[in-house]
Design a protein around this ligand. Structure first.
Ligand SMILES: CC(C)(COP(=O)(O)OP(=O)(O)OC[C@H]1O[C@@H](n2cnc3c(N)ncnc32)[C@H](O)[C@@H]1OP(=O)(O)O)[C@@H](O)C(=O)NCCC(=O)NCCS
Length: 156
């Protein structure tokens, strides 16, 4: 477990501190996991290295890293609650992730983002030079929920 602190925000990997209500509450209305069932979020977290950002007792940010802790990591489910955005919490989460001892010396870290390239670019991420080699299987609308009007990241 690691813990970093700056001003009033603490970032921790302690699974017992993570607040599933907050995490699922955000992800279920996010643009990338809209409608995701609560038990699926819990299962994904149980098999990932998770980072929570806390303002006092309240969880205000989250990031999940799927990794073998040796060669590869996939960063996903990054969010900061609207009430705390734009104050450096996302950068603090990213700094904690990039400094985590189990994520050093990896051959590759990947992520997908619609518009936060400028955030991840500050931590060494670049657009892939290997898109022609990259393949995937994707299920569209896997949780078959209609987009919620006004949801964060909802397409304009
Ligand atoms: C993206 C997000 C995690 C950033 O967290 P934050 O605490 O608001 O961001 P910070 O205050 O730490 O600053 C982020 C920095 O990245 C930059 N940035 C680039 N693209 C950005 C974007 N789409 N959203 C927020 N910041 C962005 C900011 O300008 C800022 O740069 P600066 O260092 O020059 O000030 C947060 O705004 C969020 O949850 N957004 C909605 C969900 C989302 O899009 N998640 C990412 C999915 S890939």
């Amino acid at each position: 477990m690691i813990e970093t602190q700056s001003q009033e925000i603490v970032v921790t990997t302690d699974p017992s501190r993570l607040d599933l209500d907050v995490i699922h509450g955000y992800l279920v209305r996010s643009y990338w996991a809209r409608g995701i069932p609560r038990e699926l979020v819990a299962r994904a977290m149980a098999h990932s290295l998770c980072f929570g950002a806390f303002a006092g007792d309240r969880q205000v940010g989250f990031a999940r890293v799927v990794t073998d802790r040796a060669t590869f990591a996939y960063l996903c489910d990054v969010f900061v609650l609207e009430s705390h955005q734009g104050r450096g919490v996302g950068k603090q989460l990213m700094a904690a992730i990039m400094a985590h001892p189990d994520l050093q010396g990896l051959r590759r870290m990947t992520l997908f983002t619609r518009d936060a390239h400028g955030l991840y670019g500050q931590f060494g991420f670049r657009e892939s030079r290997f898109l022609d080699r990259f393949m995937e299987v994707v299920r569209d609308q896997p949780y078959s929920a209609a987009p919620a009007a006004g949801a964060p990241g909802a397409a304009a």
